[in-house]
Ligand binder design. Structure first.
Ligand SMILES: [Zn+2]
Length: 409
């Protein structure tokens, strides 16, 4: 590649391959992997609206570290407060003597030994020396975990990076735990998984959607034009989510587990899940909207809103910003599941949303007259709208409209 992507910058990337991950010394546990091709293009997005979090770690709690001993499939991200830094030492290795920095990491209850090697040892030492007496909470990514005389140890590896006191939710929580000073949490939220392009989705009104029975189909995506009549303020507006997939975690035996990934998540992500009622002239339905969609509508992350609630002493009350979704006009993509299509369940899940200024259409578009297809080319949405008979029905739906852009039709 002519230009190597820079960590921390935001790009629009088009034309690449997606494949299942073949785990070997992986830095992240995602199930899919992107492969760049010769024709892959990358466009740097200059403006940063803060909707893509700066950091994304998969921190493993010290109490769950034992399962990572000797694991060469997935490397381990660690967080803790630095203690007992020893003077720089030298070790003989197969490639000659190397300097090492030894210290302890603690999470307030347990403690592990850490070895950082070579150049990084000197870099980390210099950074730590610069700091005062405040808690030095570091995140050390992509470590290897070993056990020696029943003592867990972590070692830096070539992909390891360190972050000292990063602005990250879990770091704030640990500092809060360590010095019991109430600090507001500042937003950091992972973007949810984005679907790929090349789709063809039909537009229906709500009555047609509730009457849809496709016995030959288990899943179906449809588009509808609605306005939000109310937000369900009784339901919880966020949930603890897996750090490898968007699933909700279940709390069993004092820890959060992802049933799909079959793992304990020590530091769960927080994601939006907002229940609302939406209406068009034909019907009203209940829709659940998840992280990416809600983030786009409220221009904030869960942690951002929780932090604001804490500042204002509002606890876990549903934030004003979410209530203010009421009255918005939306083009919703609904993801119908077997419960909708077979059992006729009237609770729906949104898989995409675009805010619009138009009224919910009073006409009843049939299956044939509005078909929307979207493809991507060099980061720009190309309107491939086909089969439109009525101009008033022409709507461009940008399926892959990422969190950095807000497109309106
Ligand atoms: Zn998971």
């Amino acid at each position: 590649m002519e230009e190597v992507p820079e960590e921390g910058k935001v790009y629009v990337i088009s034309e690449f391959n997606v494949d299942d991950v073949k785990y070997s010394y992986s830095a992240v546990s995602n199930k899919k992997e992107i492969y760049f091709l010769k024709r892959t293009t990358m466009t740097l997005i200059k403006e940063d609206d803060g909707m893509i979090p700066k950091y994304k770690f998969e921190l493993v709690g010290f109490n769950a570290l034992k399962a990572r001993v000797g694991d060469t499939n997935i490397l381990t991200d660690l967080m803790g407060s630095v203690e007992n830094i020893l003077p720089m030492q030298s070790r003989n290795t197969a490639t000659g003597p190397k300097d090492i920095l030894l210290f302890d990491l603690t999470d307030g209850s347990e403690r592990i030994k850490v070895t950082v090697w070579a150049d990084q040892a000197h870099e980390l030492k210099a950074e730590l020396d610069k700091m005062g007496d405040e808690y030095k909470i570091i995140i050390l990514t992509s470590c290897g975990i070993t056990e020696y005389r029943k003592q867990l140890q972590a070692s830096s590896l070539s992909p390891t990076k360190f972050y000292i006191n990063p602005n990250y939710d879990a770091v704030h929580n640990l500092r809060y735990k360590l010095n019991a000073i109430n600090e507001p949490m500042i937003g950091d939220e992972s973007p949810s998984v984005v679907d790929c392009s090349e789709t063809k989705i039909e537009t229906y009104n709500l009555k047609q959607i509730t009457e849809l029975r496709k016995s030959d189909m288990q899943n179906l995506e449809v588009i509808c034009h609605v306005s939000v009549c109310s937000i369900d303020a009784q339901s919880k507006w966020w949930f603890y989510s897996c750090d490898s997939c968007p699933n909700e975690l279940t709390f069993i035996d004092n820890s959060y587990k992802c049933e799909d990934c079959v793992k304990i998540v020590s530091y769960p992500d927080k994601r939006f899940k907002v229940s609302m009622y939406v209406t068009d002239p034909t019907d009203t339905i209940q829709v659940f909207m998840f992280d990416r969609e809600v983030r786009r509508l409220v221009s904030a992350t869960v942690n951002g809103l929780i932090g604001q609630n804490m500042k204002e002493g509002k606890g876990d009350k549903i934030p004003e910003k979410i209530i203010n979704i009421t009255g918005k006009r939306l083009i919703l993509t609904l993801s119908l599941n077997p419960k909708n299509l077979v059992d006729g369940n009237s609770v729906y899940f949104a898989s995409d949303v675009v805010e619009t200024s138009e009224n919910p259409s009073p006409e009843q578009p049939s299956e044939q007259n509005t078909t929307v297809s979207t493809t991507h080319h060099n980061g720009a949405a190309v309107d491939n709208t086909m089969g439109i008979k009525s101009a008033s029905n022409k709507r461009v739906h940008n399926k892959d409209d990422g969190p950095t852009k807000k497109k309106k039709t």
